[in-house]
Ligand binder design. Structure first.
Ligand code: ATP
Ligand code: MG
Length: 650
């Protein structure tokens, strides 16, 4: 890691204040209220989190809020609670009993709804099944399921008995699955015969069979029948979900679970390298997910909330399931691809279920921008009252498109910065309180001591880029990397003394707003200036023909490093040399000559992780004309790389 600061060149000035009517009924109603909360938490974090934790149901109250021995935190020490109880049982003697907990929408348009009561029953039944299979507290269960209700039921059932779940995204290959089962030492795998993706059946059970050839810890496989495609069931080992559930009792008391017991492990998206098995706790994690969901999405009893992420990612854990159900709100879960069968699939679902709060990723927004606004315009989106984004920095022009075309200028946007490691959102607007600026995740959530520092851990001045760190422990923070304490310490705690280092670069403006500039590993060093990727990419995206852009450094004989930009155009635009020049000039005009790309390459698609994040390290190799040696297992579509290399030769 280099020690210099990062030069900032982005000049975004627009600001959007919360509307009066929205603020009036919001959980956090004004900047003054936010600041009061923030100060209170800053002054006495243990009291702040301790008070909030009283809302959870405790089988046994905790004795101490925090035990902190850098870099290991224990929260709510001595307490016993249960995540499944807090998400389900707690609501059953309230009017929420027969309220929809999950509205599930299949790719083909079929709907299944579970009330809190019904979901509770199914979770209890499957928890009893797990017990029957010999799963006990502390066992690991690998979950390799498509986005179907059984996925939610499985996780909540694991939580109910204290089994640690490890979800592996169902788009991953057999070898990726095998490595993750082995890493966790999972005793059981829950899967399906197949899952639907763009109208095709993905053969999941087949991949499990392949993976288990070299994953001896997994003694049993539960198979959900989803696609009714033929599978081979191995005697003794493989059992059908529906057979196991027959006649099983819908009563299963939630086990009192220690606050610090690992609720789950989950691998990061793998944008920068080999994915890490992040460990999350029980009580601290749930508290973080619940409070952030309520204040940031401003959840109301009447809301229908929809997050388009897959439960294979942390966003799905915290903000499809745990954080939302803990608030007793209705969560929509969608099985399929966002643009199948047509580019308006998301908007069709918003209109069908009258979604009020909608949370998605910049990658989806940019894909929709590319396809044109006629698709959202076909649908009645007037139920929407709040929009959110997560996963990557959102380019200001994409933010504006989201605001105008989807939100009709009526919905606040929460640009939420966080990571698998943080468990919950860390830097974000509170929609009734904090004015937003397109491209900025704005301010830290109360109780989160975020800062931008130099290598020695000293805060850098306003508008100087540096390292994004968190200076105090927080309840939903990771508790480690599964089975690898050394990597945990090295990855997060050794670079900057005394602080958790996020791996991201950022700057704060004069209002204290955070602007994430991209990953520190992706910083481009041009003629003595260190430039973040986000600002140059945003300058490119601000040109009307550009849908998406990724920039990387590449060796340059004269300058040492030059800037190469990979650009995807909106539909109906022709890539030619004239346009290349126009775009280079555009960047020069918008942010200055220093950031002017030396080379523009048009690309049909960019290499992305399966969670939709651009993998710049692969583009670096292509720009430099060298073979890729790094890990590509988390890449969504290998052919994208091949195509980019082909363009290189032509
Ligand atoms: P790996 O750590 O294996 O490289 P990953 O970092 O992509 O994978 P995640 O935990 O899913 O895995 O992603 C967290 C990262 O995503 C953040 O560190 C940041 O780089 C980026 N990110 C998420 N939300 C935002 C946001 N709102 N603004 C800017 N960047 C964001
Ligand atoms: Mg990361």
């Amino acid at each position: 890691m280099a020690s210099e600061s990062i030069t900032s060149v982005l000049k975004e000035k627009r600001q959007f204040k919360p509307k009066k009517e929205f603020a009036a009924s919001a959980h956090i109603k004004s900047m003054a209220e936010y600041q009061r909360l923030y100060k209170k938490a800053e002054k006495d974090p243990e009291k702040f989190w301790g008070d909030l934790s009283k809302e959870l149901h405790w089988f046994k109250p905790w004795k101490k809020v925090l035990q902190w021995k850098l870099p290991y935190a224990k929260w709510f020490v001595g307490g016993k609670t249960n995540v499944s109880y807090n998400c389900l049982d707690r609501h059953l003697d309230t009017p929420r009993k027969n309220k929809a907990a999950i509205i599930w929408e299949s790719e083909s348009g079929e709907t299944r709804t579970y009330t809190y009561q019904q979901l509770h029953r199914e979770v209890c039944r499957f928890a009893n099944v797990l017990k029957g299979l010999g799963i006990v507290q502390g066992d690991r269960v690998t979950v390799y399921l498509p986005m179907i209700p059984e996925l939610a039921i499985t996780l909540l059932a694991c939580a109910r008995i204290g089994a640690t779940h490890s979800v592996v995204f169902a788009g991953f290959s057999a070898s990726a699955l095998r490595d993750r089962i082995n890493d966790a030492g999972a005793k059981l795998v829950v899967t399906a015969d197949g899952g639907y993706r763009k109208g095709e059946v993905v053969l999941l059970k087949e991949k499990v069979d392949e993976a288990l050839k070299e994953a001896p810890s997994a003694q049993k496989v539960v198979v959900v029948q989803r696609a009714s495609t033929p599978v081979s069931m191995q005697m003794e080992r493989d059992v059908w979900w529906h057979d196991l559930m027959k006649g099983v009792s819908g009563q299963c008391p939630a086990a009192p679970i220690d606050s610090e017991h690992p609720l789950f492990t989950l691998y990061t998206s793998g944008t920068t390298g080999k994915p890490k098995g992040i460990v999350h706790s029980t009580a601290g994690y749930l508290l973080g997910a619940m409070i952030t969901a309520r204040w940031i999405f401003d959840l109301k009893e009447t809301d229908t909330y929809w997050c388009t992420a897959d439960i294979g990612w942390v966003t799905g854990h915290s903000y499809i399931l745990y954080g939302i159900l803990a608030n007793g709100v209705t969560t929509v879960m969608y099985e399929g691809a966002p643009t199948y069968p047509q580019p308006d699939r998301l908007w069709e679902i918003v209109a069908k279920h009258k979604v009020n709060v909608f949370y998605t990723a910049p990658t989806a927004i940019r894909a929709l921008i590319k396809l044109g606004k006629e698709w959202p315009e076909k649908h009645d989106l007037s139920s929407l009252r709040l929009l959110g984004t997560v996963g990557e920095p959102i380019n200001p022009e994409a933010w504006i498109w989201y605001h105008e075309v989807i939100g009709k200028k009526q919905c606040p946007i929460v640009d939420t910065w966080w990571q698998t490691e943080t468990g919950a959102i860390m830097i974000t607007p509170l929609p009734g309180a904090i004015p937003s600026k397109p491209g900025s995740a704005t301010l830290p959530f109360p109780g989160i001591s975020a800062d931008v520092v130099d290598r020695s851990g000293k805060s850098v001045p306003a508008n100087v880029g540096g390292y994004l760190v968190i200076k105090k422990p927080w309840p939903s923070m990771l508790r480690g990397i599964w089975g690898d304490p050394e990597r945990y310490e090295k990855q997060y705690w050794l670079d900057i003394p005394g602080a958790y280092f996020t791996g991201d670069g950022a700057r704060r403006d004069r209002d204290g707003y955070f602007w994430v500039m991209g990953r520190v590993d992706d910083v481009i060093n041009v003629a003595g200036h260190r430039l973040g990727t986000m600002e140059i990419e945003s300058a490119l995206v601000s040109h009307p023909v550009v849908a998406e852009a990724a920039v990387v450094g590449r060796p340059d004989d004269i300058k040492g490093t030059g800037i190469a930009a990979f650009v995807t155009l909106k539909m109906g635009n022709t890539p030619d040399d004239g346009l290349k020049e126009t775009l280079k000039k555009h960047v020069g005009t918008v942010i200055g000559a220093i950031a002017r790309p030396d080379e523009i390459r048009f690309a049909e698609a960019l290499p992305k992780t399966r969670s939709g994040k651009i993998m710049r390290r692969l583009l670096r190799d292509i720009a430099a004309g060298v073979e890729t040696v790094g890990d590509t297992t988390t890449l969504e579509d290998l052919s994208v790389l091949a195509r980019l290399r082909q363009d290189d030769e032509s």
